[in-house]
Design a protein around this ligand. Structure first.
Ligand code: UT7
Length: 333
């Protein structure tokens, strides 16, 4: 069987217009700009407005249009959509189908949502890679788009400072035979013993939203921040080292590191574990906070568009999220 290498053909991102500052949040809960910056590195985040179609599907559509332009493709060139989102537009139809329609794709391509919380986009890429390698599909749109403001409890200072909304889109396709671009190695993992450290209890089939649920604030995210922090550092560092070693490379071969953007202290701690220089780490948590599974494709798109990441560069990606899920990707752009 002929095996193809997977190449990033184009990227795009979209951030909602509305900027929410730390001072804005401090008007509602007992916190302040200095505490938030020192503990998280976050200065601002964006908040989507459903009236402007800044929903998971609406933001993804804007990001995907930019990715199509960058890849020089038309909507009907997409032959599969994988849509990562933690809280979809609605439970069904899936958000990927809504996106298919918003992009005007009429070729009836397959369209699926996946949920691995903040690791979702990093989970989607190995799936798309396998489908491209085997020749099943040619151009796969892999989106991470999140409206975390819809599950964020604005009265809980432990969590509301951390999250933001946004979308990133990447089109993966076949590299030509004379091209170097490829995904070297990917690895995915989940530790369900830690599933109770980060969750959204109500709204699914197990617990419908009732007056009692609302009174208990179970419709919002719950988190044990310190446990998530410790696991995040450990797993992102170990999976990063694993994908680089399995690609028969060393950390000195990594040109750019794109970690999940949850907290600047987590990013710095991961980099310190393998002695990685901070200037080669793509960071935007200061501007957008944690946009869940959209952080990595947004950061990738920004670093490609501003010229930091160039063709031929080796890019290491690592993410973690509720589950606790985690994953890493090592690729040549
Ligand atoms: O994609 C995964 C998403 N989640 C994460 O990545 C979260 C990972 N965890 C974290 O980022 C950090 O644990 C936090 C930023 C959430 C918290 O930082 P921390 O350094 O672990 O603080 P802490 O929870 O140990 O809290 C220290 C103090 C506490 O007060 P006391 O008990 O020492 O008096 C908190 O009540 O800071 C207090 N505190 C705050 N103070 C001002 C907690 N949140 C705030 C706040 N403003 N927003």
């Amino acid at each position: 069987m002929k095996v193809f290498n997977t190449k990033i053909l184009g990227t795009g991102s979209y951030l909602p217009e509305k900027i929410l500052t730390n001072d804005d949040i401090a008007k509602r809960v007992d916190t302040n700009h200095q505490w938030i910056v020192e503990r998280t590195g976050i200065h601002t985040r964006r908040i989507g407005d459903p009236a402007k179609d800044e929903t998971p599907s609406g933001m993804a559509a804007r990001a995907a249009v930019k990715a199509l332009e960058a890849a020089n493709l038309t909507p009907n060139d997409i032959d599969f959509i994988i849509f990562s989102t933690t809280l979809p537009d609605m439970f069904f139809p899936n958000t990927a189908c809504v996106l298919q329609q918003k992009l005007g794709i009429t070729n009836m391509c397959g369209a699926i949502d996946i949920n691995a919380a903040c690791t979702g986009w990093t989970y989607a890429v190995p799936m798309a890679d396998a489908m491209i390698k085997t020749g099943m599909y040619k151009n796969i749109l892999v989106v991470g788009s999140e409206m975390t403001s819809s599950f964020n409890n604005w009265d809980d200072r432990n969590t509301c400072i951390l999250f933001g909304d946004g979308a990133g889109a990447v089109i993966l396709g076949r590299a030509a035979e004379n091209e170097d671009s490829r995904i070297y190695t990917t690895t995915l993992s989940a530790d369900s013993t830690k599933k109770d450290h980060l969750f959204l209890a109500a709204g699914g089939a197990a617990k419908k939203v009732t007056a009692e649920v609302l009174a208990n604030n179970e419709q919002w995210v719950s988190m044990n921040g310190q446990e998530v922090f410790k696991s995040a550092v450990k797993t992102m560092a170990s999976l990063s080292e694993k994908v680089v070693a399995e690609s028969e490379k060393t950390m000195s071969d990594v040109d750019w590191f794109i970690p999940h953007q949850a907290n600047l202290r987590i990013i710095e701690a991961v980099g310190n574990r393998f002695n990685f220089p901070l200037e080669k780490v793509v960071i935007n948590v200061d501007k957008y906070a944690n946009t869940s599974s959209a952080t990595v494709p947004i950061a990738l798109d920004e670093a490609i568009r501003d010229g930091r990441i160039k063709r031929g560069d080796n890019v290491l990606i690592a993410a973690f999220g509720a589950g606790l899920t985690s994953g890493a990707i090592f690729l040549k752009y």
